[in-house]
Design a binder for this molecule. Structure first.
Ligand code: SF4
Length: 317
């Protein structure tokens, strides 16, 4: 009978290859993660299905913000706490492994592929911090790393491990062709924490005590303004953003063009309502009249004069 193992599956090429390289050796099940800043794409589930991989979707909530506020191992170029984030994922994978009777964790990590979390020292640090020393199998780079417990016990042989390292994807793409793999996601899965503009918005949210699940959903949407008295305004740029803001308004104040299509907005509080309306008027082509709708459904309609470009730009986050 094959030993059980849990694979960290992102839907990217490396984790798909890690699954292919070990599927005949271990009885695999997968875990995939969403954070407040990275959602699992549908393609990841489709790829897991193609690989006959049972997948548990784990969603990190408020606890994830602690990594942003106090990253033990620092951040990358943006606000990405990659090593802390990876350790958190390993800990969750371990919980799932304990639950399912799996002894080993498999990852698609490639040595030195990402400076922030995949240097050999970082790989070992992550093992230690997640209490998984000797238990993490990295089939793509395993031949370059110290033997794992699985190797020592003869469950997997060194010749079954590859020696891929660095950023080049040449070997992985050749393997993808060999295994006829398609439908995998882009490297890093588009984690917005690595994005500089996004990082600026998060820093601003942290400074104003606004890092929460509701407002984290708006951070990649629209134009963001920190207004004169401290309110936060998010103005949509297109219809799909209007929908996203409307669906995730929560306790925030909605500002909606009255009787005409146009950008909608969310405002944190009424301190800066006049300025918020003047910014709305700047972006609204069809009307200067707006409905201000509070979370309890109460509405007032107000007119506004458009702010000039310079005074709008000054408040952009
Ligand atoms: S890129 Fe984003 S999701 Fe990936 S480890 Fe870094 S912080 Fe976590």
């Amino acid at each position: 009978m094959k030993q059980k193992a849990v694979i960290l599956f992102s839907g990217g090429l490396d984790s798909a290859l890690a699954a292919k390289l070990t599927e005949d050796i271990f009885d695999l099940s997968g875990v995939v993660f969403s954070t407040p800043f990275s959602r699992v794409k549908q393609e990841a589930f489709a790829l897991a299905e193609k690989l006959s991989l049972k997948l548990r979707h784990i969603v990190f909530g408020e606890e994830y913000f602690e990594l942003i506020l106090n990253p033990k191992f620092g951040t990358g170029k943006g606000i990405n706490p990659c090593l802390d984030c990876h350790i958190m994922m390993l800990k969750k994978a371990k919980e799932y492994a304990d639950e399912t009777g799996a002894e080993f964790i498999i990852t698609g990590e490639v040595l030195s592929q990402r400076m922030m979390s995949q240097k050999s020292g970082d790989l070992l640090k992550a093992e230690k911090e997640s209490a998984l020393e000797g238990k993490i199998i990295r089939p793509l780079s395993g031949a370059l790393l110290p033997p794992t417990e699985a190797e020592i016990r003869g469950l997997i042989k060194r010749k079954e491990l590859l020696s891929v390292s660095g950023k080049s994807r040449k070997t992985q793409l050749a393997l993808a062709a060999k295994y006829a793999l398609s439908g995998f996601g882009t490297p890093a899965g588009g984690c917005v924490l690595t994005d500089k503009i996004f990082s600026k918005r998060i820093k601003d949210a942290v400074e104003h005590g606004e890092l929460d699940l509701l407002r984290s959903r708006h951070l990649m949407t629209g134009r963001h303004f920190r207004l004169a008295k401290g309110s936060k305004l998010v103005v949509a740029r297109k219809d799909s953003e209007n929908t996203l803001l409307a669906d995730n308004a929560g306790w925030l104040i909605r500002i909606i063009p009255s009787g005409a299509p146009g950008p909608e907005a969310l405002l944190s509080d009424m301190r800066d309502i006049d300025q918020a309306l003047s910014i709305m008027a700047r972006y609204s082509k069809k009307t200067r009249e707006f409905i201000i709708r509070s979370a309890d459904g109460a509405e007032v309609v107000r007119k506004a004069e458009a702010a000039d470009e310079e005074s709008v730009r000054k408040y952009l986050v």
